[in-house]
Design a protein around this ligand. Structure first.
Ligand code: SF4
Ligand code: SF4
Length: 322
């Protein structure tokens, strides 16, 4: 079976209007991790960066509140990543301080910490993205954490699909599907070094990932992002999942006007700050220093929009600007 032909869209916008007013801050607190997955570059898990100081984190919370909430009426949604963000030594006070400021908070986690820890922090979370890495994760523990959280908040599960362990991983993903009917699950295609080249999947594996494992129950709350609605001249608007853009090779928007920096920010592990994961527009400041928060969209200069968080940002093709 051949891969479907890429489509060109004039406008890619959030299907949900709340997502369009949400500034999603992808925030890497450090690079320590409890795992060392074979497909993960060392810089993302080797602990070579110090965890960011709590004082600098809290000062940036206040900047974000002033710029986006107070002046622009937007909602700030912090999404902490690592490494494994739950390993930050001050993670509990940082989560409490975010709640005090009215921010929404998500964690992207491998779920490896104890059930007791997750019970303690659950009141400060609005959603979680749990990634199931079966080179290290234990299915029963992951399932228990996922169930605990899915009773209280939306849970999205990424299952990383190594092509050489595909069938076993798919069976485990189905077990997670059965245990957490309300969770959304992505069968996540892996990219070499987390860059833009996909691992060597068979057409059948690509089709299985594109078909996914749809949720069978209602989620308990809101997520900061969902699907996009894509428009092209002469065709009805269509809902598209981030994964579909990647699998069809459509995630190339050089020259488009992009709301990176208005709907998104990225704080890297070393404290540098950019509009989005792609770094288009360059560094806009550093934690603990001067930061010029954006007030206008940016023209995309990247060859590929490689990251799911970046794909889920509003984009307009210049010729199609209204
Ligand atoms: S859990 Fe995530 S950060 Fe840690 S090694 Fe695996 S892919 Fe890398
Ligand atoms: S690569 Fe960056 S600037 Fe380009 S479309 Fe994606 S998020 Fe926007």
């Amino acid at each position: 079976m051949d891969a479907p032909a890429p489509r060109t869209f004039d406008l890619i916008e959030h299907s949900n209007a709340d997502h369009a007013r949400t500034v999603l801050v992808d925030w890497m607190l450090g690079n320590g991790c409890s795992y060392a997955c074979s497909y993960c570059p060392a810089a993302l898990h080797d602990g070579s960066l110090r965890w960011q100081p709590a004082e600098a984190v809290l000062a940036f919370y206040d900047r974000l509140h002033r710029h986006y909430v107070h002046h622009r009426g937007r909602r700030v949604w912090l999404q902490f990543t690592g490494g494994e963000p739950t390993m930050h030594p001050r993670i509990i006070p940082l989560l409490e301080a975010a709640t005090e400021r009215g921010f929404s908070v998500s964690l992207i986690s491998n779920a490896s910490r104890t059930l007791r820890f997750w019970q303690r922090i659950a009141p400060h979370l609005d959603s979680v993205i749990l990634t199931y890495h079966n080179e290290f994760a234990e299915l029963d523990h992951f399932r228990a954490v996922g169930r605990l959280l899915a009773e209280r908040m939306p849970v999205h599960i990424n299952v990383t699909m190594r092509p050489d362990h595909f069938d076993r991983t798919l069976a485990e993903a189905r077990a997670l599907r059965e245990a957490m009917p309300s969770a959304s699950i992505t069968l996540k295609p892996l990219r070499v070094d987390f860059d833009d080249v996909l691992f060597d999947y068979s057409p059948g594996q690509l089709a299985a990932m594109e078909a996914g494992l749809p949720a069978t129950g209602p989620a308990q709350g809101a997520m900061p992002r969902g699907t996009m609605t894509a428009e092209a001249a002469g065709a009805p608007p269509q809902r598209v999942r981030a994964n579909e853009f990647v699998i069809r090779g459509e995630n190339r928007w050089q020259g488009y006007l992009c709301n990176a920096g208005l709907e998104s920010l990225r704080v890297k592990g070393d404290g540098s700050i950019t509009r989005a994961v792609c770094s288009v527009g360059g560094e806009i400041g550093r934690l603990g220093g001067e930061i010029a928060l954006p007030a206008a969209p940016v023209t995309c200069t990247a060859g590929t929009c490689a990251c799911v968080a970046d794909i889920l940002i509003t984009k307009v093709r210049p010729a199609a600007r209204r």
